[in-house]
Structures are given as C-alpha cells and as structure tokens.
Write a protein that binds this ligand. Structure first.
Ligand code: FES
Ligand code: FES
Length: 215
C-alpha cells in the first residue's frame, strides 16, 4: 500500500518525533541527576539519610574558607569558584570577564597562590584558604597594593582592577623577580583593556621596594 504524505501529515510526524526525542533527553537528565545524587550519598548510609532529607537533588554541601570566614553552600558540583563567590556568597569584587581563563579578571589567591577562579570548581577548593579582593584591606586601611594602584593611576574603568591587585599581591608573595620587564611578564595573565599597564607596573614596583626596604 502506498502511503501518501501530505505537508500536514509531514508536519505532524516531525512534531511527534521531536516530542519523542525531547522526552528521551529529559528522562536521561533525570536519570543522570539521580545517579549524581547516589554517587554523593554513598559515603555513609547514616549521613545519606540526613542528606536526602535536606539536599536538593544534584546538589552537595561545600564549605569554603574565604577571607578568614567559613561559608557552607549547597551547590551543584559543576559550579565554578567564581560563580560561587559572586552568585552564592555575594562577593562580587571578583570579576567575570571571559569566563574561560584568558583575562585574569577573576584572579583570587588559594593558599597564597594566584588562580583563575573561573577555571576551578568550588568543590575542589574545600579546605583551602581563599583570599579575594574583599579580604585584602584591614578595616578602613587599604592594602599597600590597593593604595599604590590609586597613587599611580593603575586603572581607568576599574573592571580588571580587583584581579590585577590580587595578582600583584600574589606575584610578590611568589617571589617573582621585580624588574619592570619581569613584573610585566608575571602579570601577563591579567589583561587591561584600558591599557593602564604603566601605572600597574609602577604600583607593583613601589610596593616591592617598600617591602624590601622594610626588611
Ligand atoms: Fe576568569 Fe577571564 S574571567 S580568566
Ligand atoms: Fe579598565 Fe583595566 S582599568 S580594563
């Protein structure tokens, strides 16, 4: 028997097949979510009961130590440290530029070393001491690097500035050589669209000289 396919019938067939595909995709996502839940609940039957009552599916408890304070969050394992800082904890000083490790706007210190917080998962930083731009000043007293950036006009729009300052603090702690050329090289992961580089280098140089002369 020859089946005649009209445009109307063809449209209906297309919609039906789309619905079947969407249903399969949703079922697959639910199965994955349940799998994730099971994986994260396997550690202890006792705690898993408690966790099952309080946690949303697919989320886990993560405790982050930031600027000397502990923050416990319920987040999906895929949440980056940058998103956890900005969107879950409200520390919006750390900026999101490219979100792919190319601009340095999201730089924070983890155990004293510089990292791009957009490239690490929050869950991977449990137990580490995280320092953001908000953690540098002591009350009303600016960190010397913050003061030096102001003194030397190390910024214009200011969007890259938190990352630049945190990176500069990390650079000195890491013992990077401090010739102007070396400072430029060690800060090369932090881009500034406004081109405030001369002021940034001058600020880093001055803080380094002050630290050296103070012993
Ligand atoms: Fe992380 Fe650009 S936002 S490197
Ligand atoms: Fe504007 Fe650096 S001060 S991007």
């Amino acid at each position: 028997m020859r089946l005649r396919i009209t445009r109307r019938r063809f449209g209906m067939l297309t919609i039906a097949s789309t619905l079947v595909v969407a249903k399969d995709a949703i079922a697959s996502r639910i199965a994955n979510a349940n799998l994730t839940k099971n994986i994260f609940m396997q550690t202890s039957p006792k705690t898993s009961t408690a966790v099952a009552k309080t946690q949303e599916p697919g989320r886990i408890d993560v405790t982050l130590r930031i600027n000397g304070k502990s923050h416990t969050l319920q987040i999906e394992p895929r949440v980056t440290l940058l998103d956890a800082l900005r969107e879950r904890i409200g520390l919006t000083g750390t900026k999101k530029g490219c979100d792919r490790g190319q601009c340095g706007a999201c730089t924070v210190l983890v155990d004293g070393r510089r990292i791009n917080s957009c490239l690490t998962l929050a869950v991977m930083q449990e137990g580490a001491e995280i320092t953001t731009i908000e953690g540098l000043a002591r009350g009303d007293e600016l960190h010397p690097m913050q003061a030096a950036f102001i003194k030397h006009d190390g910024f214009q729009c200011g969007y890259c500035t938190p990352g630049q300052i945190v990176s500069a603090v990390g650079l000195l702690a890491e013992g990077c050589p401090t010739s102007d050329e070396a400072i430029r090289e060690c800060m090369s992961g932090n881009l500034c669209r406004c081109g405030a580089y001369p002021g940034i280098v001058a600020a880093v140089r001055e803080v380094h000289q002050t630290q050296t002369s103070n012993g």
